[in-house]
Design a protein around this ligand. Structure first.
Ligand code: ZN
Length: 522
């Protein structure tokens, strides 16, 4: 395929009438690349903010980022200043582009038509408001003071409703917001999927909790100590064995682990180290490592274009959850890694492998989403989705959130937060305007189970390989079927292409049922 930057594009090929002149597509690619490079500057600043910046730098940094965000917005809209993109869009509609060219034009057009509906003043106001509200949220959370944050959240919700109106929607204003993170997904579809999932999860959780021996052993002694240097080394080993290229990445520390990519050759992850529990660094490393493999596996030659951009946040999260849960919390994985752990930290891990495996899979409702196990995790997401959708649709008010939050936690998870800090104030998302984002976490879990099922079918000895420490076979499979395609397929089509089915939540339910029936002897 000649598109878009391959050097050996022959004149013979460009003379074909179905191919647009080389310079049109090349011109667009060049412009998109410049926008991407400028956007990278923001990403570097954000990485620095989370990893190394001193606390007092926050205000100045917010100004720099807001200024750059405005520049990126304008620069992106300029790709069509001479009608280049509009012209290519006509060719796309006329069926005159190759599949790769069509992906670039279709996806660029999608973002372009969205962005141009948002006036520059709106973009800047939003950046300023969310930067301020994030700071207030940090303080409010520390002080356990929801009333302090509420007026800012009200403004964010108002602004997001305005955004939905500017962008346009058919059924729910929430559709317009969801579409930013999960193109093609609708509110009603999420409601249907989450509704079914809830119907499975709530009684399943009750079954697990009824089992008399539901207190599986915690195998790490309270007195255990895990030197940080050793944990750093182990995290590196695990990430490398997954196929994470440390010459094109690095692992740092941040309060909330994350992945960021400036280019497939510079994809960074963070984790955190708790001297009392080595697993608290291994699982985040595997989670972020899964995200990073996706970014490193995107085709370098198409950098800056949608061909080198992830399909959706749901598909992105499917990669992290697959590594963290399907692999990282499997018996096969620990067959290889548990002896290493025992050797690295002598005297700490004395329990047999089976007990250790059970202990990393304890199911117990918790108030904090990021600490949740595989069974309860999605109930946290469903609660957030239900509440944020109602906020955007205007059927509930911000001031009622703490009460509604408690009621839902009681109903779905059987527990009630004692404070807003461990309740409605725990997540950063709403303060930064990320409304419509939460559902992608659960979509990721659902996709991961569906992909895992197919991977195991196509590589029958996959668990055996993992048990021998071979994680690269899985990485190659993911690279071939998912990573290298960028945005060539929508999330729905990608699932269909790989697994022969659209998103089917049953794979996730079956995965849980099989695994936990076994662990808890249900
Ligand atoms: Zn993630």
């Amino acid at each position: 395929m000649a598109f878009p930057v391959q050097k050996s594009y022959s004149t013979e090929m460009s003379a074909k009438k179905s191919t647009p002149p080389r310079n049109e597509i090349e011109k667009l690619t060049e412009r998109l690349r410049e926008v991407t490079y400028l956007g990278t500057a923001i990403a570097v600043l954000q990485w620095d903010q989370e990893v190394t910046m001193p606390k007092k730098g926050a205000d100045a940094r917010a100004h720099t980022i807001s200024l750059l965000a405005g520049l990126v917005h304008n620069k992106f809209l300029e790709v069509d200043h001479d009608g280049l993109l509009s012209g290519l869009k006509k060719k796309l509609d006329g069926g005159k582009l190759s599949p790769a060219e069509a992906t670039v034009v279709r996806e660029t057009w999608r973002s372009f038509s969205r962005e141009r509906k948002l006036p520059e003043t709106f973009v800047k106001e939003m950046a300023k408001l969310t930067s301020k509200s994030q700071n207030v949220w940090t303080e409010a959370r520390e002080e356990n003071n929801f009333a302090k944050f509420a007026p800012y959240l009200e403004q964010v919700v108002e602004k997001k409703r305005e955004e939905a109106k500017l962008i346009g929607y058919a059924d729910s204003p929430y559709d317009a917001l969801l579409d930013t993170y999960e193109p093609g997904m609708t509110t009603s579809e999420i409601e249907r999927i989450f509704g079914d999932l809830k119907t499975f999860l709530v009684p399943f959780l009750a079954r697990i909790q009824k089992v008399s021996n539901n207190k599986l052993p915690h195998v790490i002694a309270k007195s255990a100590h895990f030197p940080i240097e050793k944990q750093i080394e182990l995290s590196k080993q695990v990430a490398e064995s997954m196929g994470y290229d440390l010459d094109a990445g690095r692992i740092d520390v941040s309060a909330h682990p994350f992945t960021t990519s400036f280019h497939p050759n510079d994809v960074r992850i963070t984790t955190r180290y708790n001297p009392k529990d080595v697993l608290e660094s291994i699982f985040p490393t595997m989670h972020e490592g899964g995200h990073a493999l996706y970014e490193q596996g995107l085709p370098h030659e198409h950098f800056g274009t949608p061909l080198a951009d992830a399909t959706s946040l749901g598909i992105h999260e499917s990669q992290s959850r697959l590594w963290e849960n399907m692999v990282g919390k499997s018996l096969s994985f620990w067959k290889h890694w548990y002896p290493k752990l025992q050797k690295e930290f002598p005297g700490v891990f004395t329990a047999p492998l089976a007990d250790f495996y059970a202990s990393v899979n304890i199911v117990k409702p918790t108030l904090i989403r990021v600490e949740a196990d595989e069974v309860t995790y999605n109930l946290h997401i469903i609660i957030r989705f239900e509440l944020e959708k109602a906020l955007i649709e205007g059927t509930i008010a911000v001031k009622d959130l703490p009460k509604l939050w408690s009621e839902r936690y009681k109903e779905y998870l059987g527990i009630t937060p004692k404070s807003d800090k461990e309740g409605v104030l725990q997540d950063v998302h709403w303060s930064t305007g990320y409304i419509g984002y939460f559902p992608t976490y659960t979509l990721g879990n659902l996709y991961s189970a569906q992909f895992w099922n197919t991977a195991k079918k196509q590589i029958p000895d996959l668990p055996k390989k993992i048990g021998k420490g071979d994680l690269k076979t899985l990485r190659e499979w993911l690279r071939k079927h998912i990573h290298q395609h960028g945005k060539s397929y929508s999330a729905e089509d990608l699932a269909l292409k790989i697994t022969g089915e659209k998103l089917n939540p049953d794979y996730f339910s079956r995965y849980l049922e099989e695994k936990y029936t076994n662990i808890y002897k249900l």
